[in-house]
Ligand binder design. Structure first.
Ligand code: TXA
Ligand code: MG
Length: 351
């Protein structure tokens, strides 16, 4: 299969292209598309066999459910059996936006995508291209991140092409994703919001609208079984083993230097993912081609936006060990640290 990449820069002017993408979805095919979080790999969310194509293209375990993307409140009515008062509040406050709400599902949602759960994840993206594409499809679009299963999610069309060339007929290129980490997943089936996956809509933002917010215990410790099935898999993994260095910002640079020296003495080619400040402190220890600058120290929006490209960067560098600088776990830092912990397989050094 040939993969076509089409830049979308003008939604009105390129209506025919979006119509064509929508037609592929209605015919049971796959289309990769941009959202404000990461790129998605979409199929008709009401067509079980079409959704199976997503699992095949990604190599995704079939017990890991897909979320459904909608363009309007009206579309939610077709898939959710119940929109709780909590869900109503969250919809009003955050949709469209980088959030996925877990709701009770209608029988119209095919079993192929739910992993046997009585619920479904529903997301209304903020990205105009994403919403125009879903509107053109005219059906809820099932879409996981458009990466090969286990790899860092793609935040550019190039990263999608790298993983899925020959496995998807069409990639809509909307440029780099604004947030860079996947949506916050919130269980809204009860009266209290529960964060199942942290993202750009933070605990603090949710608490302002919904009162006290719970966090799935599996997100903080490695032991418990996560309520979002996908969170149990090793994820976001670069090709070389990664160790996370965390602690007070001013202690990171010396700890990083010590660890680099130790690994280099063992003969390793060490790559470093860190803030500009920490990279600057390394001097000639680490050559430019083994550095990925993820943004200024403490600049959480920039770090989130750059993180997955930084993890992917090292695939072609011959680095056989990676060290990454941790951030705070407050605010957006919870999402960043969750992805870094998983990318490291929970290997970290306290600075
Ligand atoms: O930002 C995003 O959410 C991106 C873009 C493309 O929209 N999508 C995304 O999809 O990250 P995916 O499949 O990579 O992650 C969805 C997560 C998985 O961990 C899955 O297990 C969980 O959502 N999930 C899906 N349905 C669920 C349900 N009914 N209950 C709990 N977790 C669910
Ligand atoms: Mg994913």
């Amino acid at each position: 299969m040939q993969t076509q990449v089409v830049k979308i820069t003008n939604i009105k002017g390129q209506k025919h292209m979006l119509e064509e993408a929508g037609a592929i979805i209605r015919r049971g095919g796959l289309v990769a598309f941009p959202t404000e979080t990461v790129y998605g790999l979409g199929a008709n969310g009401l067509d079980g066999p079409a959704c199976k194509g997503i699992y095949a293209a990604k190599g995704r375990p079939s017990d890991n459910p897909l979320i459904l993307h909608v363009a309007s409140r009206h579309m939610i009515g077709a898939i959710a059996a119940e929109v709780t008062p909590l869900a109503e509040k969250l919809l009003a406050a955050f949709c469209p936006g980088p959030i996925t709400l877990i709701m009770k599902r209608k029988p119209s949602v095919p079993d192929e995508i739910t992993g046997g759960l009585p619920t479904v994840g529903i997301r209304m993206p903020e990205s105009d291209v994403a919403r125009a594409f879903i509107k053109a499809a005219g059906v809820p679009v099932a879409a996981p991140s458009a990466n090969i299963s286990g790899r860092p999610s793609p935040t550019t069309a190039e990263a999608v092409l790298h993983d899925l060339e020959g496995r998807v007929p069409l990639i809509l290129d909307g440029g780099p994703c604004h947030f860079g980490v996947e949506s916050t997943i919130v269980d809204s089936t009860g009266s209290q919001a529960v964060i199942l996956r942290p993202g750009a809509i933070t605990e603090e933002m949710l608490a302002e609208v919904a009162g006290e917010v719970l966090i799935d215990p599996a997100l903080v410790g490695a032991d418990a079984i996560p309520k979002a099935p996908g969170m149990k898999y090793k994820h976001y993994a670069p090709q070389a083993p990664l160790v996370l260095i965390e602690g007070e910002p001013e202690k990171i640079a010396p700890a990083m230097q010590g660890e680099i020296r130790r690994l280099q003495a063992e003969g390793h080619r060490v790559g470093v993912i860190a803030s500009r400040e920490v990279l600057d402190s390394l001097g000639p220890m680490v050559p430019p081609e083994l550095r990925a600058d993820y943004g200024g120290q403490g600049d959480l929006p920039a770090i989130a936006a750059n993180l997955y490209e930084a993890l992917r960067y090292f695939d072609d560098t011959g680095a056989d060990r990676l060290l990454a600088e941790g951030t705070t776990s407050e605010g957006l830092g919870l999402a960043i640290m969750n992805r870094l912990r998983k990318a490291s397989g929970f290997h970290s050094i306290q600075a």
